[in-house]
Design a protein around this ligand. Structure first.
Ligand code: CP3
Length: 341
């Protein structure tokens, strides 16, 4: 039995005394403790593949920031790698794929991953669960199939992902074939995460915002929905499709339990559009550069707008590495101490 199950109760729409809080990228460079652990590994990929170190940084934000959930330390790019497309993480630049997907032959050469290809993440989840000792829930995750395709085709991060979008426009049949393979791999992976102890699953569609509305439904939401159907019977699922707030009613018609929101949508409007799901978000991470007074008033306004029930407090995207750790802790404490009228 979990000692603090606020996140799970909020996700299921059960009554809660206060809204739970966790932060995207809470296991990351804002914590000096993370940087110290990371320095023990040769590079980012070795770090991700070391279950002891991954479990250690997974727990850090729970101990240091007092958040109501842990998220397993890994990366969405472990999926392409497990399918046979390795990546590199270039210091202060981001991911790079030496080989990208261009043709049907490239897609045929990819395998459908299963838990055996990703045993190091499963091992890290088991270790983290043990060390958490039921204090708070553990969140598992994967990238949405479209965001994963975007990296596999583009080969690196991009403002426009125009190569990936060119692929969708010129090779739609191949794109669907690749999305199917990524979806199947992700379902295998997430099922193994839940069996290993992940209490809730979040799907990150970080690049949903580069698609038009129709393209989002055809190339992204369709596959997110398949993943929700496969996982929802075993664990609640959160769908975070960044910059796709026009789609929240359609996202709400999937079998997900929680919809993640970025800061471009107004909470009151989101609540009007979505009745049967829990909302998560949506403070601008840059709010944490502001002075304490501004952080307090903006956070209080957000908490009032979302209301106590069916709400999980978070940022609208991940923490930036240069945000001060003290400001992050300050934000977490404001949320935990907020008195609802
Ligand atoms: O605390 C957590 O949120 C859990 C760990 C986590 C990481 N990546 C660790 C990480 C999670 C959930 C992710 C997901 C992820 N990875 C996403 C989706 C979420 C989002 O931010 O939109 C994406 C798009 C990626 C791909 C990725 N990984 C990029 C673009 C980068 C480089 C950018 C950067 O911040 O440097 C990474 C590297 C990465 N993944 C870091 C961390 C903590 C930083 C690497 C480091 O320690 O040097």
């Amino acid at each position: 039995m979990l000692k603090n199950d606020l996140l799970l109760r909020a996700a299921k729409g059960l009554d809660i005394e206060r809204s739970p809080i966790w932060l995207m990228r809470q296991a990351g460079r804002v914590l000096p403790e993370y940087r110290a652990t990371r320095a023990k590994a040769k590079n980012f990929i070795d770090f991700v593949k070391n279950p002891e170190l991954a479990a250690e940084v997974t727990i850090q934000p729970v101990d240091i920031l007092g958040v109501d959930a842990a998220i397993i330390f890994s990366d969405i790019l472990v999926i392409p790698e497990s399918m046979g497309l390795p990546y590199e993480m270039i210091e202060s630049k981001g991911p790079h794929f030496p080989k990208t997907v261009k043709t049907e032959t490239d897609i045929n050469a990819l395998n459908i991953a299963d838990a055996n290809n990703l045993r190091y993440v499963i091992e890290a989840i088991k270790l983290a669960k043990k060390e958490l000792n039921n204090r708070v829930p553990l969140i598992g995750f994967c990238g949405a199939p479209f965001t994963i395709l975007a990296y596999m085709v583009e080969g690196n991060g991009s403002k426009t992902f125009s190569k990936a979008k060119q692929f969708l426009y010129t090779q739609p049949v191949l794109a669907h074939k690749l999305l199917e393979k990524i979806t199947e791999s992700s379902i295998n992976y997430l099922k193994a995460q839940v069996s290993a102890g992940a209490d809730l699953i979040q799907i990150f569609d970080s690049w949903a915002g580069v698609l038009s509305e129709d393209m989002f439904y055809e190339f992204s939401l369709k596959y997110i929905s398949k993943i929700c159907d496969a996982i929802a019977p075993t664990a609640p699922v959160t769908v975070f499709a960044k910059d796709a707030h026009y789609a929240i009613e359609k996202i709400a018609s999937t079998t997900c339990s929680v919809i993640g929101l970025d800061w471009t949508i107004n909470p009151t409007q989101a609540k009007l559009l979505v009745k049967n799901k829990t909302l998560q978000g949506n403070a601008d991470p840059c709010l944490l550069y502001a002075n304490e007074q501004t952080i307090v008033s903006t956070t209080h306004q957000m908490l009032k707008s979302f209301g106590k029930q069916r709400y999980i407090c978070n940022l609208g995207h991940g923490l930036y590495p240069d945000i001060e750790k003290e400001k992050v802790k300050f934000f977490v404490d404001i949320v935990k101490n907020f008195k609802y009228q």
